[in-house]
Design a protein around this ligand. Structure first.
Ligand code: NCD
Length: 368
């Protein structure tokens, strides 16, 4: 059975096919009106959401299915201490497919390992957000007609912004993509995204703190919100929250066919004065989310009985006594979960937590 936890579990051919289906769903809605009749989507949102939860709901309803779920942890038994594993075991009995958002990184993976229905990661902490990436790719394809040969500026909170991590992973597989990473020093891209997808034989990239200097070369500008809820110290958020504010003035040297994206919600990082610029595509992007999620739900339900062959290929290993140090990892709150690691670079001895991709530095010997 297939779930979707990391965008790389979908091949580029599968992403192309999802985009084609979503396009067809827009063109011929009546052809899909009963596609999920009698099916139920469970939406388990342990963290706030507007677009993601409502577009999943709208997607399932448009396919003729039904939806149940909760929109905050406080209204679920998680508030009584129930584990993710037990929650999804139950919800598997009440639904045919699950979309889950959780503040802890790796929670949807734990869910997928215990559910008897497909689980879709709708955002886990500052880690991944694969369905936002599908929305982003669909929007880029519609606006630009291609997913190759693009210079993509990613601006804002590249450290905690999960949409950025999944988008880089996905786009790094297309030809001639160049990333321009625009962020304050403290909010640079984390190692697992940087080392696995960028540099040395992978996608080319440059880093800067200066949005305006980068502007003229960009085909896509992907603005992001500074992720207040992920900061350990509120003062750090206050210091960084106004790092980038896109205004019409700052777009003066931009290409006439620039495509400005933002996963939304925005706080102040795009001035409302930009909304009327024909290059502002972020509301259209949010609307596209409904159709690409329809295509994904349909795909996962129709492939429910097929084996999952797209799991991350690296073999898991156990590292004596090693513990994931990421405070946002699901293993910090669900202490009965085993500590599991994979080796991503044997030559340099780089090991990462299976749940959250946090780097671990093994002291003791590795066991195969
Ligand atoms: C994003 C998220 O939740 O990561 N929003 C979304 O899903 N559209 C971006 C954000 O919250 O900043």
């Amino acid at each position: 059975m297939r779930s979707l936890i990391d965008i790389l579990e979908l091949s580029t051919e599968e992403i192309d096919a999802l985009i084609d289906t979503a396009q067809d769903m827009i063109a011929r809605p009546e052809a899909y009106a009963d596609a999920c009749r009698g099916k139920i989507l469970g939406t388990l949102f342990f963290e706030p959401s507007t677009r993601t939860r409502l577009s999943f709901t709208s997607a399932m309803m448009t396919l003729g299915g039904n939806v149940l779920g909760f929109s905050e942890a406080a209204s679920s038994s998680a508030s009584k201490g129930e584990s993710v594993a037990d929650t999804v075991r139950m919800v598997s009995a009440y639904s045919d497919i699950i979309a889950m958002r959780h503040p802890k990184e790796g929670a949807p993976l734990v869910a997928a390992e215990h559910a008897t229905v497909p689980v879709i990661n709708a955002g886990d902490g500052g880690h991944f957000h694969p369905t936002q990436t599908l929305t982003d790719l669909f929007t880029i394809k519609r606006k630009k007609g291609r997913l190759e040969h693009l210079t993509v500026g990613l601006c804002g909170d590249l450290k905690f912004g999960r949409t950025v991590h999944s988008l880089i992973a996905a786009m790094s597989r297309y030809a001639d993509i160049r990333f321009v990473l625009i962020s304050p020093e403290e909010l640079k891209l984390p190692g697992y995204t940087r080392h696995e997808y960028l540099g040395e034989g992978k996608s080319s990239f440059s880093e800067t703190t200066d949005l305006e200097a980068a502007m003229p070369e960009l085909d896509i500008l992907y603005m992001t919100r500074i992720q207040q809820e992920r900061f350990a110290f509120h003062d750090d958020y206050l210091r960084l929250k106004d790092s980038y504010i896109l205004t019409p003035e700052k777009l003066k040297n931009a290409k006439p066919d620039l495509c400005i994206l933002h996963p939304l919600p925005r706080v102040n990082e795009i001035s409302v004065a930009v909304d009327d610029d024909p290059r502002a595509c972020y509301f259209e992007q949010a609307a596209n989310g409904r159709y690409i999620r329809m295509a994904l739900i349909l795909k996962l339900l129709s492939e429910k009985d097929m084996p999952d062959q797209n799991k991350k290929s690296q073999k898991e290993i156990s590292l004596d006594g090693a513990v994931c140090q990421n405070p946002r990892c699901i293993t910090t709150t669900e202490q009965e979960l085993p500590q599991r690691f994979r080796c991503v670079d044997r030559e340099h001895g780089v090991y990462r937590c299976v749940y959250c991709d946090g780097r671990v530095y093994p002291k003791a010997n590795e066991k195969a």
